[in-house]
Design a protein around this ligand. Structure first.
Ligand SMILES: [Zn+2]
Length: 217
């Protein structure tokens, strides 16, 4: 049944900083509806939670629990994202799996202005998706933010602006700072590091064993 589901075009979509309508930054689970005149108002999402959960699982399985932007695979905390920003458009082609860290980049208005854990830079040696992948691995192996920023070649820290064209040219860095506001997303981020950390430890143990057995000969 799962194999009959159409996957979304190319595996990795290009990632760059963006933001959701500012009215929604402070209210998780809300969205903006626009009337015929184009005026928006914030309303709580009124999805049937059981139906949404079914759709969510369907999409996660279709995408093999991997983030469409950085490729990170996790069986917990992945987010199913509405590509066009309309939470009522549950057309399967409008839904994609995204990890919490890439989600913070896509919604960096909230990350920079409300949570204050995301920083924006003009330059990096790497693409935004690579910045995410490397941040996760480096942090899991115990590197501090200063060091990660240096390794990623992040320079020219700039301010957030509600301007998508301006943001698209920047690279976002998800820091390890405590968020200014309690948010479940931060717990979700820790899960990523935790998993990567365990993987690294397991690999290290394997390597150590190999070295040990060579010495024993
Ligand atoms: Zn990701």
């Amino acid at each position: 049944m799962i194999s009959s589901l159409k996957a979304l075009g190319p595996k990795h979509a290009e990632l760059y900083p963006s933001f959701a309508p500012p009215e929604t930054w402070r209210t998780a689970g809300s969205h903006v509806v626009f009337d015929e005149k184009g005026a928006g108002r914030v309303v709580p999402r009124k999805d049937n939670p059981r139906i949404w959960e079914q759709i969510r699982v369907e999409i996660l399985e279709r995408d093999n629990y991997a983030c469409r932007y950085c490729g990170f695979q996790a069986f917990k905390w992945q987010i199913v994202h509405h590509i066009d920003g309309n939470p009522d458009n549950n057309d399967r082609a409008n839904l994609e799996t995204i990890c919490p860290m890439c989600n913070l980049v896509l919604h960096c208005g909230r990350g920079v202005a409300v949570l204050k854990t995301v920083d924006l830079y003009q330059e990096s040696t790497f693409s935004q998706a690579e910045v995410i992948q490397m941040t996760r691995v480096l942090r899991a192996s115990g590197h501090a933010d200063d060091e990660i920023i240096m390794r990623l070649g992040l320079t020219g820290k700039v301010r957030f602006r509600q301007d998508r064209a301006y943001l698209q040219r920047l690279v976002a860095f998800v820091s390890a700072r405590e968020p200014a506001r309690k948010d479940f997303m931060i717990k979700a981020l820790a899960y990523g590091y935790d998993k990567a950390g365990k993987l690294l430890q397991a690999n290290r143990r394997k390597t150590a064993r190999k070295v040990g057995s060579k010495r024993g000969r």
